[in-house]
Design a binder for this molecule. Structure first.
Ligand code: GDP
Ligand code: MN
Length: 380
């Protein structure tokens, strides 16, 4: 889940990281009003769940309430980087001495969080990372020994600070790691962290949370946020509400598997055989006939789907349960869409028999099943 800048900043403030005084608005009149009250120059910032707005017109400076009104009117409703701008964050313009970059990310190969920092932050950090990788400090955080203030001080020193600012910066660095850890972040970034006269202020904020850890943050209204990102299609949202793991694609073959690996392999096999998947749904482990029925029903109802391939490895999920679910869904929908099933494992023979009686295609190998479903979709 990718939080908006203003949402991430709310969390940053709770942890004691400074941000500029600001206000979220959804119309130009509110923007003007805020700037009138503030009485200072501002930055008008489009709220998008992706980075790099600055280079696409998503950051505008305004010196007066009327300039803020105009900037807001231009930005709201526009699309930036393909996403509609619905909200703006208006913040007091900072007097920036220097722009730093701080980030915490998960290093999967090292199996730990890695702290990233650079004294040349700002909008060109991606270029810096490619052209001058030596300007990015990397620090792997030992999960057992934790991230101590002396580690943070070491990073702040490498960034070129001393004295009072060294201590202030180390505190921001340590706090950012604690926040990333507590929030189960896949990525946390402050770019730029603005050095101002008397300290440091997060001028931008990014926080991407691990979706598999959202249950630990139930106080956050995650669904609304997921929805507000506009990242999910309507059907994906519907699936999400039903507890189904479902992704929509732009082909015409529906795919149901159990487990991410098998589902991806099925997707690949269909592609290699010249087909195009219209979606995929991962049943996970131990699905009941009801849940399987619901999944099959959901995929068959997709208008783009011309044929369905179900590929199940019977372990905790039983083949006879799978077959029962498929047959029940087909009957309920009176669907004429061809279904191809490949499954093996627990109660395989019972499953085959149930499918045979219902006249549903059963094939022994994934390869053959994929070939058949591609052919059926083409003819349908
Ligand atoms: P991004 O392009 O989506 O990463 O947007 P940012 O929020 O990082 O802003 C892009 C750039 O705008 C920053 O690198 C700064 O140079 C500039 N900027 C943002 N806020 C302020 C501010 O309050 N004062 C000043 N002087 N510049 C700012
Ligand atoms: Mn930024």
């Amino acid at each position: 889940m990718k939080l908006f800048e203003y949402e991430a900043k709310e969390i940053f403030r709770k942890y004691g990281i400074d941000t500029a005084p600001g206000c979220v608005v959804q119309d130009p009149v509110a923007a003007r009003l805020f700037v009138e009250t503030l009485g200072k120059p501002v930055v008008v910032k489009a709220q998008l769940a992706v980075g790099g707005r600055g280079k696409e017109g998503g950051i505008q400076f305004a010196n007066t309430p009327n300039e803020a009104f105009d900037a807001a009117r231009l930005m709201l409703g526009r699309k930036i980087k393909g996403l509609p701008v619905r909200k703006l964050l208006i913040e007091e313009k900072l007097d920036i001495r220097k722009e730093l970059f701080l980030g915490v990310t998960v290093d999967r190969s090292e199996r730990c969080f890695t702290f990233l920092a650079s004294a040349v932050g700002g909008m060109n950090i991606e270029d810096v990372a490619v052209q001058h990788p030596e300007k990015i400090i990397r620090f792997s955080i030992d999960p057992v020994n934790n991230f101590r203030i002396y580690h943070a001080l070491g990073i702040a020193k490498k960034l070129g600070y001393s004295g009072k600012k060294l201590n202030q910066l180390a505190l921001v660095i340590q706090t950012l790691y604690r926040l990333a850890y507590d929030m189960d972040a896949e990525l946390t970034e402050i770019n730029p962290l603005a050095e101002v006269e008397d300290g440091f202020v997060a001028a931008d904020a990014r926080l991407n949370m691990d979706n598999n850890a959202l249950f630990r943050h139930m106080d956050m209204d995650s669904e609304e946020r997921v929805n507000s990102l506009g990242e999910l299609t309507l059907r994906e949202m519907e699936a999400h509400k039903k507890g189904l793991v479902y992704v929509e694609l732009d082909g015409d073959i529906g795919i149901i598997g159990n487990g991410a690996g098998l589902t991806m392999a099925t997707l690949d096999t269909v592609m290699l055989n010249g087909g195009k998947a219209g979606n995929f749904l991962d049943l996970g482990g131990g699905a009941s006939p009801e849940k399987i029925g619901e999944a099959v029903e959901f995929v068959l109802k997709d208008d783009h789907v011309k044929a369905l391939l179900v590929n199940v490895l019977g372990g905790i999920t039983k083949c006879d349960d799978t077959a029962k679910g498929i047959v029940a869904a087909q009957k309920k929908l009176h669907s004429e869409k061809p279904i191809v099933v490949r499954m093996m494992g627990t109660n395989e023979e019972d499953g085959k028999r149930i499918l045979n009686e219902a006249g549903i295609n059963f094939l022994e190998t994934m390869e053959d099943a994929a070939t058949l479903v591609v052919d059926l979709a083409r003819r349908n």
